[in-house]
Design a protein around this ligand. Structure first.
Ligand code: F0G
Length: 457
């Protein structure tokens, strides 16, 4: 008999979690203004709000922390990190920052100016925030197929190169760089193919523009290239990683995802001009150049995390669990962005809560219902997250309205996934009775979803 699949690790330390009653959860949701970001973590049974900073470090990472060098300047931990990044990516210059958005802030302070246009596949919300906050435009050139959640194609995160070329033609001198997010979080954790990255590079060279990768989940992207793209099956994840980054001029990284650390990020580049330009902003916003926003011990743990998470077995275990949850949802007929993404399942709320009008935020309503059902915390990646148009101030209803179930790395077992799927099925079974959603009582002008206060209708 063929042996079944099992995790590529065993568990050395555990953390208790606790169930609650429906009554308690009703009360907590109300006190949190129907915004799951306002819940306390001990009110949550299974926490799928994000895969960012929520992973479990390995014994090797914890061991590396003990050897952290906390010297202000020239710490050995910095060189451990820098050497690992250079080995994996080929980028010579490295600036540590406290997380991904800080890397964006430092680099974009140098690169993005009022009136600029930054084209790419779907920009993550902090990326968009750092562009729009500088009175520039984040131009989404993702392939149209990404909007059809039921269409199954292998690289749904790709850049539409016709849209990109049009942008390069129309706005040439206003474009400081092209950004490609790997994997494409907003489109459902969907990967970008090597062929697409090559095409972007060709266009960039033709129009003489640099290319930046938002690399938060680059290792998951490499896994999908290995398992889905012709010609890559026999290459290692490290070889694929190197090839991907050979097509970019630099990267911003939220190390909280594929670095498997709880906090951290960096900028890496081959362009001395970017490095010199960003350096001063690092010192101003983050810290001296050999620590940026990070402790020595955390840089050490990150160096190990990057090395470990660019090994096939680790990624296979990870993606297998996401696919396992997807199979359960298939069994129950619950629609989600197909195929399953690298870090999360994105339930298509507009196809579940068909009676809730878009003005009442179906995905947010589904997020609330899932918490009330079983204490499971997902996260809306939909109309609330999309913010308002910076010019018209209208809600942006043009994109997808999804409930994201992001799976932390090496934290939950497949039994937890069974609970998540069953809870979602229970909500799905009573979907016809859910006819009203929520309305906004208060919101921040930018990145409103973290702090928005909602009223149940
Ligand atoms: N880029 C992408 C693609 C991301 O998914 C994130 C964060 C960032 C940049 C910003 O990094 O959080 O370290 O400052 N995504 C998290 C999420 C928050 O839940 O998807 P950060």
């Amino acid at each position: 008999m063929e042996l079944p699949f099992a995790e590529s690790w065993k568990i050395k330390m555990v953390e208790p979690i606790r169930k609650s009653t429906r009554e308690e959860r009703e009360q907590w949701m109300k006190e949190s203004f129907y915004n799951v970001f306002q819940l306390r973590s001990d009110q949550v049974y299974i926490d799928l709000i994000t895969d960012s900073g929520t992973g479990a470090m390995s014994d090797r990472q914890w061991a590396a922390m003990m050897l952290g060098d906390e010297s202000y300047a020239g710490a050995s931990s910095f060189f451990n990190l820098k050497n690992t990044i250079t080995r994996l990516t080929g980028f010579e210059y490295v600036i540590p920052t406290h997380q991904g958005r800080a890397a964006e802030n430092v680099l974009f302070s140098y690169l993005v100016h009022e009136g600029d246009i930054v084209p790419g596949n779907s920009h993550f919300d902090t990326t968009k925030g750092h562009i729009e906050g500088r009175k520039a435009i984040a131009l989404d050139c993702t392939i149209d197929e990404a909007k059809n959640t039921q269409l199954e194609i292998p690289f749904k995160g790709n850049v539409d190169c016709r849209k990109l070329e049009k942008a390069l033609k129309d706005f040439g001198d206003k474009i400081p760089f092209i950004i490609v997010t790997i994997t494409n979080n907003t489109a459902g954790g969907q990967p970008v193919s090597m062929a697409n990255l090559m095409e972007v590079r060709e266009l960039a060279d033709k129009y003489k523009k640099p290319v930046l990768f938002d690399s938060a989940r680059f290792a998951e992207n490499a896994y999908f290239i290995k398992t889905r793209e012709i010609g890559y099956a026999d290459k290692t994840i490290k070889e694929i990683t190197h090839e991907m980054f050979s097509l970019a001029d630099g990267m911003t990284m939220s190390a909280k995802k594929d670095g498997i650390v709880n906090m951290g990020g960096f900028i890496a580049t081959r362009l001395q001009d970017w490095y010199d330009g960003a350096k001063g902003y690092c010192v101003q916003y983050e810290g001296y150049l050999t620590y940026g926003g990070m402790n020595g011990r955390d840089m050490n743990a990150l160096a190990v995390g990057l090395d470990e998470n660019t090994e096939f077995d680790v990624l296979q275990t990870r993606i297998h669990q996401v696919e396992y949850l997807a199979q359960k949802l298939d069994e129950y007929g619950i629609p989600y962005q197909r195929p399953a993404g690298g870090h999360a399942i994105f339930v298509d709320a507009s196809k579940v809560l068909t009676h809730v009008p878009k003005e009442e935020f179906p995905a947010q309503t589904l997020t609330i219902e899932l918490f009330l059902e079983a204490g499971i915390r997902g996260c809306e990646i939909g109309y609330i997250l999309a913010d308002r148009d910076p010019v018209t101030r209208e809600n942006r209803f043009g994109g997808l309205d999804l409930l994201r179930l992001a799976i932390p790395r090496r934290v939950y077992t497949d039994n937890h996934m069974n609970v998540v799927a069953a809870a979602l099925k229970n909500v799905f079974d009573r979907r016809e009775s859910i006819t009203r959603g929520v309305k906004i009582a208060w919101e921040a002008p930018l990145m409103r979803h973290f702090t928005v206060k909602l009223e149940k209708l």
